[in-house]
Design a protein around this ligand. Structure first.
Ligand code: SAM
Length: 263
């Protein structure tokens, strides 16, 4: 079964072009780079051994290029051609192997580490598609390999702060000058057993003209659902962190960061 969403806002070339500007200054990149370095150093051959990272939902692959610069072999999969276009033309992008598709398109049993960053996991909303993706990620890992991803903790109810006023920001435009963007929250459904599902849309404004982006639907799965889904897919949950410095989950946790090992 395909795990691709029926509508993926990242297939819109204009949204893909603005993605990096709107998502600069990220704390997660260093967390995943450090994790890859530590796992490689702990692996059988140590620091000099080949180490393969699979980046699922790699997008414009800010992380993948850094991982390749760290000496890892990197495979990036993403169903959005518009995002891969940006990734391919990024300096250093030629060092990454790109595949248009999802985790089921990745080679079997080759990855030492698979990552899903930028809250890509929250984009795979239907429970069957999410569970299929986890099984595909498991298959793509070699025995002993690790899957790492983050998902926003629903207890923090981030969607309640996704108002035009609190999300408004101004960024450099790739064609020069600046653009302003904000989020419009469209719908929240708290009735599902697997988590809260919300739909929003990004709006961008440049030189007085506003453009509404495609709708994006995200699921906020609680920790117990994420743990159970990982375990059903065959992973042993090895670590759960609540922030990018690797701290524990607390009542103030914004991110649920999970590390599951393929036994
Ligand atoms: C918010 S972006 C994150 C991109 C990148 N990982 C980052 O950290 O910047 C989410 C990405 O997930 C991709 N995506 C959506 N559904 C997917 C699926 N079923 N399998 C793999 N990637 C998917 C989208 O195309 C998009 O590029």
């Amino acid at each position: 079964m395909s795990t691709l969403p029926s509508t993926n806002p990242y297939e819109d070339p204009e949204s893909a072009r603005l993605y990096d500007a709107e998502n600069s200054g990220r704390e997660d990149v260093e967390f995943y780079r450090r994790l890859a370095r530590e796992l490689r150093d702990a692996a059988a051959g140590g620091a000099g051994a080949p180490f393969t990272v699979l980046d699922i939902g790699c997008g414009t692959v800010v992380l993948g290029v850094d991982l390749a610069a760290d000496g890892h072999r990197v495979i990036g999969v993403d169903p959005a051609e518009a995002m891969l276009q940006i990734a391919r033309t990024r300096p250093g992008g030629e060092r990454v192997t790109w595949i248009l598709g999802s985790a089921d398109a990745a080679p079997e049993g080759e990855a030492d580490l698979a990552v899903m960053t930028g809250h890509a996991a929250q984009q795979i909303v239907p429970a069957d598609a999410w569970r299929t993706l986890l099984r595909d990620a498991h298959r793509a890992l070699r025995p002993g390999g690790m899957l790492a991803f983050e998902s926003r903790d629903p207890r923090r109810r981030a969607w309640e702060r996704w108002t035009p006023e609190s999300t408004r920001g101004t960024f450099p435009h790739p064609d020069g000058g600046e653009f302003t963007s904000w989020v419009e929250l469209l719908e929240v459904d708290e009735s599902g057993a697997d988590g809260v599902v919300e739909t929003h849309r990004g709006v961008t404004e440049r030189e007085g003209s506003a453009r509404r982006g495609a709708e994006e639907t995200l699921i906020f799965r609680p920790l117990d659902v994420l743990r159970a889904d990982l375990e059903s897919a065959g992973f042993a949950v090895e670590q759960v962190c609540g922030d990018w410095s690797g701290g524990p989950i607390t009542d103030a946790t914004a991110e649920l960061i999970l590390l599951g090992r393929r036994p």
